[in-house]
Ligand binder design. Structure first.
Ligand code: NAP
Length: 280
């Protein structure tokens, strides 16, 4: 029976460390401010944006909130980003994704000053991660590294299989595990015989976006299983990409959904905002 990796506890620890650093900066007369932009009123995005504002308040950071109407043009959004790029009192800029279809996501991500790119999505941030230079790292994969390290799970030399190759989870996750000296395999929808590959993993990180897709038959005895997926089932209950009840019988450690990877994303956003001071 697997031991639970407690994302709630670890994320609170990280937020409390951020709180401490924010106080230290305040004592030196330095305030940290995150600007959050939402275009349109997608209910899920509104929940995420509110949680980010609440986390800023918890750690003692300032937050600026821009709730723009759905019909905002790309030019208007770009001009707001430009203004925030230039403001000395703004340290981090985050545009809540997805943006409406008439706005090009890549153009928006590219417009954010890489020194304020606390989401870690700018090509310069991704490039820096790739070649081992300082820069912001995408919050969800960075949070997973913290979950592993703070649960005393050794990464060096382990075979890590990452399922999923998205720009925000799978790819940065694989790069981070490589940086931690794991031997990394990336699987995706075109991978042949997925099960034969996942059964070799000492650490299996699942970011497929399909509810309960990975059950015990995909998992080697004693493997560590990290579930990135978030879904709501017909009974309005949350579940992940991993079939938790079956997987927990073979894994040595496992993240639950909710309470695993989910809370880490915002905690790492707070950490990126605090770290922005030294990068700037
Ligand atoms: P995504 O962009 O949809 O990417 C899914 C990846 O899974 C793709 O690379 C896809 O392969 C691969 N895939 C799909 N079906 C597969 C299959 N049958 N076998 C092997 N690989 C398969 O999703 P994402 O943004 O990375 O997110 C993944 C999950 O994590 C979602 O449930 C999302 O809600 C969740 N998420 C959670 C957090 C958090 O804070 N906890 C943050 C971000 C995302 P191809 O590239 O070949 O299409």
């Amino acid at each position: 029976m697997a031991e639970l990796i407690d994302g709630k506890r670890i994320s609170t620890m990280i937020k409390d460390e951020c709180k401490q650093k924010v106080e230290e900066y305040k004592a030196q007369g330095i305030e940290i401010c995150l600007a959050v932009i939402q275009v349109g009123n997608d209910p899920a995005s509104s929940v995420y944006v509110n949680n980010k504002k609440k986390a800023c308040a918890y750690v003692g950071m300032n937050s600026l909130s821009y709730e723009l109407p759905e019909e905002t043009t790309q030019e208007e959004l770009l001009s707001l980003i430009q203004e925030l790029n230039e403001r000395k009192d703004v340290n981090g800029i985050l545009v809540q994704l997805p943006v409406p279809a008439h706005i090009d996501e890549k153009t928006i991500i590219n417009a954010i000053d890489p020194k304020k790119d606390v989401d870690g999505f700018h090509p310069q941030s991704v490039g820096s991660l790739c070649i081992g230079q300082p820069g912001f790292v995408s919050c969800t994969p960075a949070g997973i590294i913290q979950l592993l390290k703070r649960s005393d799970i050794d990464i060096t030399g382990k075979h890590c299989v990452v399922i999923g190759r998205s720009n925000i989870v799978g790819k940065p996750m694989a790069l981070l595990m490589l940086r931690e000296n794991a031997t990394v395999t990336i699987a995706h929808s075109k991978t042949k015989d997925l099960k034969a590959i996942t059964r070799q993993a000492d650490i299996l990180i699942v970011a497929i976006g399909k509810p309960k897709f990975i059950d015990a038959s995909y998992i080697k005895d004693g493997a560590v299983v990290i579930d990135v997926g978030i879904h709501r089932n017909a009974d309005n209950k949350l579940c992940g990409d991993v079939d938790f009840d079956s997987a927990k019988e073979v894994a040595s450690y496992i993240t639950p959904v909710p309470g695993g990877v989910g809370p880490m994303t915002i905690a790492m956003l707070m950490k990126n905002c605090v770290d922005s001071i030294s990068l700037q």
